[in-house]
Design a protein around this ligand. Structure first.
Ligand SMILES: Nc1ncnc2c1ncn2[C@@H]1O[C@H](COP(=O)(O)OP(=O)(O)OP(=O)(O)O)[C@@H](O)[C@H]1O
Length: 279
């Protein structure tokens, strides 16, 4: 792995429970440059949690390899947020400090919980969203090189989401942390993530810097016609009118009105296409 690659997969695949089972992830190859904030997107069951579990070293691949920083330089916030139920908030952070001597980012961890969680509250008495906040505080306090977050914002209220996302991005920018963040909330990824991995049916459908992917695609409307040599990601026709998202091969020449897609346009079109391919 070069110094500028934070996470790399080569021909990565896994089937849970042996040969008779279907592939949960297959033929997955990518190299995520260090310092990126990467959105991991895909329909339910696409393989996002599986990929994060493999990257965190919690799952063993059936084929291929995944290269990530060692466990002490990586933090993983899983969907179920495992924490010690009988510890208080303050004890949990103290434990984080003790487990990460010389590296603990106490200020960031404190910022995630201060004013929101009483230090003496027991973990078992916290709500789902409060537990998420504490798990994020622990992950930020660890000052990891690679931060893997599995739908971290799903059970947070909108204000907490905004606040913690802001804190996360500020910390990542300050320390050059690479973040991989799975999410179904597409609007939230716009302006947050600079890299994209889209999975469908256990395979990578899109991979690259968000700006490059957006630049490579065009939304067009106009008369129905053959769009070759461009690749049509998704198209709809209403009467004689065509609306399509294309991946361009050279300039778009024709009577169409073209606009740049938003990240949400791009993701929705690719998600609908992979959904269609499945049914
Ligand atoms: N522990 C497991 N045992 C067997 N199969 C599993 C296990 N975990 C996941 N799978 C299967 O692997 C595939 C990928 O699941 P995964 O949880 O990685 O998807 P996901 O993209 O994270 O989905 P979601 O958006 O619903 O969280 C699915 O077909 C799922 O049924």
């Amino acid at each position: 792995m070069t110094t500028t690659t934070a996470l790399k997969a080569e021909g990565l695949g896994i089937r849970y429970g042996g040969r008779a089972r279907p592939w949960a992830l297959r033929d997955c190859s990518f190299a995520l440059p260090a310092g990126r904030v990467c959105a991991l997107v895909g329909p339910n069951g696409a393989g996002k949690s599986t990929l994060l579990g493999l990257a965190a070293g919690l799952l063993r691949p059936t084929e291929g390899t995944v290269t990530a920083p060692p466990r002490e330089r990586l933090a993983y916030v899983a969907q179920d947020k495992p924490l010690y139920a009988r510890l208080t908030v303050a004890d949990t952070l103290r434990m984080g400090h003790e487990l990460n001597p010389g590296r603990w980012g106490g200020a960031a961890a404190a910022r995630a919980v201060d004013g929101a969680l009483p230090p003496e509250a027991l973990v078992k008495d916290l709500s789902g969203g409060q537990r998420t906040r504490l798990a994020l505080a622990l992950a930020l306090g660890k000052r990891p090189e690679l931060l893997l977050l599995d739908e971290p914002m799903a059970d947070l209220d909108p204000l907490a989401r905004k606040e913690l996302m802001g804190l996360l991005l500020a910390e990542a920018a300050e320390h050059g942390t690479t973040v991989v963040l799975s999410s179904h909330i597409l609007t939230e990824l716009e302006g947050t993530c600079d890299h994209l991995l889209l999975l469908a049916d256990g395979r990578i459908r899109l991979d690259g810097p968000v700006d490059d992917l957006l630049t490579a695609h065009t939304l067009l409307t106009g008369p129905v016609a053959d769009l070759a040599p461009h690749t049509v990601v998704e198209s709809r026709t209403t009467g004689r009118q065509l609306t399509a998202l294309i991946r361009r091969e050279g300039p778009v020449e024709g009577p169409w009105e073209t606009t740049a897609p938003s990240l949400e346009d791009l993701l929705l079109a690719h998600l609908r296409t992979s959904e269609g391919a499945r049914s």
